[in-house]
Design a protein around this ligand. Structure first.
Ligand code: IVH
Length: 669
C-alpha cells in the first residue's frame, strides 16, 4: 500500500467505524459483530501508526483517551446554559400552563414536548462544520470546564456529524446529558469495593466523577453515555420546534431519549409524567422527573426567560426518594461475623410508595461524622433496592432533648465484650457462640449458594436457636422429627420436608462447604478458588498465609482471615462435627484434569456458551487462573461479544487475544 492508498483507506475506515458507532449507539441496530468492529479499529490504528501524518483529533482511534492534564481549562458558553424551575405538584403544572397562556395572550392549549428529566450532568458540545471541536460541562451556566478529550472517549458521541442528506450546520452547539446506567454503576462500584476504592454515591456522581477525570484514559474505561435535547448557538440551520430538533438529532448521529413525547395540551404532559413515574424503575438510567417544554420556538422566544430559567419549560419532579422523619431510637444488630450494626428506628415515612421505618447507620464513625442523635429529625434516602440510609440530621430542628449514641461495649445479645480491631470501622462481638452470630451463621449456611437447605427460613432458624434446639451449625443435623414438628407453625409434614432437605444437603461440593462456613471475605468465588487449590480442609489448614496469598486472587487481608478462621478451635471443631454428622464434601476437579496448569485468563464481553463466572470456574477447575484485569502476566484474553476496555489493554500489553472457539479448543471442551 502506498501513501495515497493508505490515506484513502484511513478515511474509508474512519467513516466506516463511525457509521458502525452510529448504528450501534444511536439506532441500536448494529450490522457487524464487535469483533469485526474491533478489527476495523485495529486496522485503522495500525495505519495511523505507520502514517502519523494522517492522524487527526477526530479519528475514532482517539476515543481511548489522551494523556492526563494538570487541570481543566475553563470555557465560556456562548449562550448561558439555564436551569429549570421545579414543580412537585400537579397544581403547579396547571399554573405553569396558565402563566404561559396568559403571557402569550391565548386561551388555547399549546403543544408541548414532555421528556424525561435525566439525572446526569449537563454538557455542551460544539460542532464546527460537522466536526466536534469542544465539549464543555455546564459549570455555573456561563462558564464550564473544557472536557473535550474526555467527551471523545464516549463512543456514542459522534466525532463527526453525519449528513442527513443536506449540509450540516456550519456551527452547531448541542446540549444534553451525560449519564451512567444504573447497572453499570452498580457493577463499577462492586469492582471498586473489591479493589478497596471509594464508592460513588449514585450514578450521577459516578458520571460526573468519570467525566471530570484529568486522565482521559480513565474516562475511556467508564461506561458513560449521553442524550441530547437542546441547542446553543446554531449557524446554517433553523429549527422551528423541539419536535423538529428531536427528529433531526438522530439523523446527524446524536442520541435522543426514546421516551420524549409530543403532547397536545398540558393534560397529556401530565399523563406522560404518570406513565414515566411508573416506568421509572425499569428504565436503565436514573430520571428524576419530566421536563415539559413548549414545542414552538417562536412562542418560546415570546415567552423569554427569567434570570436563571426559561419561562417556556418546567421540570415536573417525581416525589423525592428522600424524606424527612425522626429517629425514635437506635438499635444494634449483630451479624454473622459479630459486626455490630446501628440501625435507626424511624417514625414511619413513605418514600416512593414504600413505608420506611428503619435505616442503616453503618457504624460508629458514620454516626459521629454525621452527628446523628436519638430524637433527631433527619433526612433519609432510599436508593434503588438498598436499605434506606440516614443522610443527615437537621440540626436546626433540635430541641436539646436529643441523645448522642454510642455503640455498647458489650454485645447486646450475649453480653460478652465488644472489640474494635485497630484500623477497622466495625465493632464486633468476638464471642463465636453468641446466639445472634449463631443465628446469622446458620442462615448463611443454609442459604441457596451455600448448603441450600430448603425450608430453613430465617424465622425457623431464630426459633431453633431461641428454643435451644440448635447451638451450632452441626446441631442442625442432629434435629429429630418430633422436636421440629412441635415447633410453632411447623408440623409433621414440614418436619419431614426439612429433614429431607437436611439429608440432601449432606452431599456438598468442597467449594460450597467452604463458602457455607462463612469465613470473612470468602465469597462464592474465592471459595471456588480455594477448593481448586486445596484438596480438603486438612490441606487448607496447613496452608500458611504466604501459600494462600501466592494464589492470584487472594490478598493479605483475605489470607489472614482464612488463617485465623482455621486457627480457631471452635471452627475446627465445627468442621470435625460436620464430618461426624455425615456432611461429606467432594472436590470437583481431579489432578489429572488440570490441563491449564497455571495459565492465566481474562475474559471480556459476552460468550455464547458460558456465563462469565462459568467460564472462570471452568478455567480454575482445569488448573488455570481467571483474573479480572489484564496485566503482563495474563496469558490469554478471551474476547466475546461487546468486549470492554480490557480488549485495548490486552492489545497494549501484547497479550494473546482469542475468541470463544479458540478458548474451547484450548480447554478441549
Ligand atoms: S432542558 C433551559 N431537558 O436539568 C432548559 N434539561 O435544571 C435547558 N436536564 O441543567 C434544559 N434532562 O442538566 C432539559 N430533558 C431535559 C433534561 C434537562 C435533564 C437537566 C439539565 C439542566 C437541568 C436544568
Amino acid at each position: 500500500m502506498d501513501r495515497s492508498e493508505a490515506k484513502e483507506r484511513i478515511e474509508e475506515l474512519r467513516e466506516e467505524i463511525e457509521e458502525h458507532n452510529y448504528r450501534y449507539y444511536v439506532l441500536d441496530d448494529p450490522t457487524i459483530t464487535d469483533r469485526e468492529y474491533d478489527r476495523l479499529l485495529r486496522e485503522l490504528e495500525e495505519l495511523e501508526e505507520e502514517y502519523p501524518e494522517f492522524r487527526t483529533d477526530i479519528s475514532p482511534t482517539q476515543r481511548v483517551g489522551a494523556s492526563p492534564a494538570d487541570e481543566f481549562e475553563s470555557g465560556e458558553h456562548r449562550t448561558p446554559m439555564l436551569s429549570l424551575s421545579n414543580a412537585f405538584e400537579e397544581r403547579e403544572i396547571t399554573e405553569f400552563r396558565d402563566r404561559v397562556q396568559r403571557k402569550l395572550g391565548t386561551e388555547d392549549e399549546l403543544t408541548y414536548i414532555a421528556e424525561p428529566k435525566l439525572d446526569g450532568l449537563a454538557i455542551e458540545l460544539i460542532y464546527e462544520n460537522g466536526e466536534l471541536s469542544e465539549g464543555l460541562t455546564r459549570g455555573d451556566g456561563r462558564t464550564g470546564e473544557v472536557v473535550t478529550r474526555n467527551i471523545k472517549t464516549i463512543r456514542s458521541i459522534p466525532l463527526k456529524l453525519r449528513s442527513d442528506g443536506g449540509e450540516v450546520p456550519s456551527l452547531l452547539e448541542v446540549r444534553g446529558e451525560v449519564y451512567m446506567e444504573k447497572g453499570s454503576f452498580q457493577k463499577m462500584n462492586e469492582r471498586r469495593a473489591e479493589e478497596g476504592k471509594d464508592l460513588f454515591a449514585n450514578p450521577r456522581n459516578a458520571a460526573a466523577g468519570s467525566l471530570r477525570q484529568l486522565d482521559p484514559s480513565v474516562t475511556a474505561k467508564r461506561p458513560l453515555n449521553a442524550f441530547f435535547y437542546d441547542t446553543g448557538v446554531v449557524e446554517g440551520r433553523e429549527f422551528t420546534t423541539q419536535e423538529e430538533l428531536l427528529n433531526y438529532f438522530p439523523d446527524i448521529g446524536l442520541r435522543v431519549n426514546p421516551y420524549a413525547e409530543k403532547c397536545q395540551g398540558i393534560k397529556e404532559a401530565k399523563e406522560v409524567y404518570s406513565k414515566l413515574e411508573k416506568k421509572r424503575e425499569e428504565i436503565p438510567y436514573e430520571i428524576d422527573g419530566i421536563v415539559i417544554k413548549v414545542n414552538d420556538f417562536n412562542l418560546r422566544e415570546e415567552l423569554g426567560a427569567k434570570t436563571r430559567s426559561p419561562r417556556w419549560a418546567i421540570a415536573y419532579k417525581f416525589p423525592p426518594e428522600r424524606a424527612k422523619t425522626r429517629i425514635k431510637d437506635i438499635e444494634v444488630g449483630v451479624g454473622r461475623t459479630g459486626a455490630l450494626t446501628p440501625v435507626a428506628k424511624l417514625e414511619p415515612v413513605e418514600i416512593k410508595g414504600a413505608t420506611i421505618s428503619r435505616a442503616s447507620l453503618h457504624n460508629q464513625d458514620e454516626i459521629d461524622e454525621k452527628d446523628v442523635r436519638i430524637g433527631d429529625t433527619v433526612i433519609i434516602q432510599r436508593a434503588g433496592d438498598v436499605i434506606p440510609e440516614v443522610i443527615k440530621p437537621i440540626t436546626e430542628e433540635r430541641t436539646g432533648d436529643e441523645e448522642k449514641f454510642q455503640l455498647p461495649d458489650h454485645c447486646p445479645v450475649c453480653g460478652e465484650p465488644v472489640k474494635r480491631p485497630e484500623g477497622d470501622a466495625i465493632h464486633r462481638c468476638v464471642n463465636i457462640s453468641c446466639p445472634a452470630r449463631i443465628k446469622e451463621a446458620i442462615k448463611h449456611f443454609g442459604s441457596k449458594a451455600a448448603a441450600d437447605i430448603e425450608g430453613l427460613g430465617d424465622k425457623l432458624v431464630d426459633k431453633l436457636v431461641e428454643e435451644g434446639l440448635v447451638e451450632s451449625i452441626a446441631d442442625l443435623y442432629r434435629l429429630d422429627r418430633k422436636e421440629i414438628a412441635n415447633l410453632e407453625r411447623m408440623g409433621e409434614k414440614s418436619a419431614e420436608n426439612l429433614l429431607n432437605a437436611l439429608e440432601e444437603s449432606k452431599e456438598i461440593s468442597f467449594s460450597r462447604l467452604i463458602y457455607a462456613l462463612g469465613i470473612r471475605h470468602v465469597g462464592e468465588h474465592l471459595a471456588n478458588v480455594l477448593s481448586r487449590n486445596f484438596a480438603d480442609f486438612e490441606g487448607l489448614k496447613e496452608a500458611k498465609k504466604e501459600e494462600l496469598t501466592s494464589i492470584n486472587e487472594i490478598g493479605p487481608e483475605v489470607g489472614d482471615s482464612i488463617v485465623n478462621f482455621l486457627a480457631n478451635d471452635s471452627n475446627l471443631k465445627l468442621i470435625e462435627q460436620l464430618d461426624k454428622v455425615g456432611v461429606k464434601y467432594e472436590r470437583e476437579a481431579r489432578e489429572d484434569e488440570k490441563i491449564l496448569d497455571g495459565t492465566r485468563f481474562v475474559f471480556t464481553g459476552q460468550l455464547d456458551d458460558y456465563t462469565r463466572s462459568e467460564a472462570e470456574d471452568l478455567v480454575e477447575r482445569l488448573g488455570g487462573r481467571a483474573t479480572s484485569s489484564v496485566s503482563s502476566l495474563t496469558d490469554y484474553l478471551v474476547a466475546g461479544e461487546n468486549p470492554g476496555s480490557k480488549y485495548e489493554e490486552a492489545q497494549e500489553e501484547g497479550t494473546e487475544i482469542i475468541n470463544e472457539e479458540q478458548f474451547k479448543e484450548l480447554i478441549q471442551h
